[in-house]
Write a protein that binds this ligand. Sequence first.
Ligand code: GAF
Length: 392
Amino acid sequence: MDKQQFLAEYQDVFKEPGQDVFFSPGRINVIGEHTDYNGGHVFPCAISIGTYGVYGPREDTTVAIYSANSAKEEDSKIITFDINDEEPQSAKDEKWVNYFKGMLVYLKQRGFKIDHGFNLYIHGFLPYGSGLSSSASIEMLMGNILKDEFNLDIDEIELVKLGQKTENDFVGLNSGIMDQFAVGMGKENNAIYLDCNTLEYKYLPLELGDYEIVIMSTNKNHSLAGSKYNERVQECEEAVNRLNKKLNITKLGELDSDTFDQYTYLINDDTLIRRARHAVSENERTKKAIDAMEKGDLEELGRLINASHVSLKYDYEVTGKELDTLAENAWGQPGCLGARMVGGGFAGSAIAIVKKSAADEFKENIGKIYRDKIGYDASFYDAEVVDGPHKL
Ligand code: GAF
């Protein structure tokens, strides 16, 4: 779809012309899962599947938002609130608006002048709950629209932090900073190696030669998994507390495996040991994956990706039968170097690194296995690695 089509959709809904069209990407993560809130490393990139937003100014102080993606046609409606209203929307069918509203509220609380209302038409291509970060995509969309339209003097990393704050404090998911960072700081053909503790980062060209990344969606929504996610965050905090009987750390990402092994006994609980072991080992795998990428050793990268899934399955227990079916069957396919779930888990999506010439056969085989085992279809997406949010 092009800019004119989004403007036409806006006009249909708001009965007047829209002013500007913006795009904000989704993200995948090559490796480094559930490490961000543990102060570890991640290696994500922004993808060309994302969210479009059409902006039109208003003379009053009303914000009016319409999404083309409501689950049911009859639920489609324009949701309105006043720019000075700081309360999260509480009605069940209006909660999605909080990703936008939180950004507006926090920008205003930071002293930025947003002194008139606006209309916003949203058209997203990331299925909600698909593990490709539709929420960070819309947070960063909102932040960048407001920055552009109201000439706000704020840099992208500050917007990224407000995106995480929106998620944590306005929506209630205690997520780390990976998704907003990957979306906001996305760079064409590059993945971002980010230390979530210091926010130091570097771009690394995602050079896969004869290989490509295949995105596989379980078509099972993971949006109800928030409480399980928060449980994992809390379990890791408890492991840190127990380790601190002898150590002095703030996050598990500060430990290497040897130190962790020496002090594991302090945790003294099977579940908490496995959670912490994942956080520590995944952080190490992510560092090794960067070395492998820099050496062009894709086979090693693939093995680390597989090991990541195994650890997410057995130690962190965030996969589930749909994601396991995709990843574990991918491992045996011709031309596949590695596969794992991405994002928070429990459902959502997985990625596989597959030889370009084998990709069609790969999708066909996995699609069939998934349908036979799960009873409905998986989806496969092709995506480019792209820049962060921008005006079209
Ligand atoms: C979700 C969260 F939003 C991220 O912060 C990250 O923790 C991820 O799950 C797991 O790596 O996408």
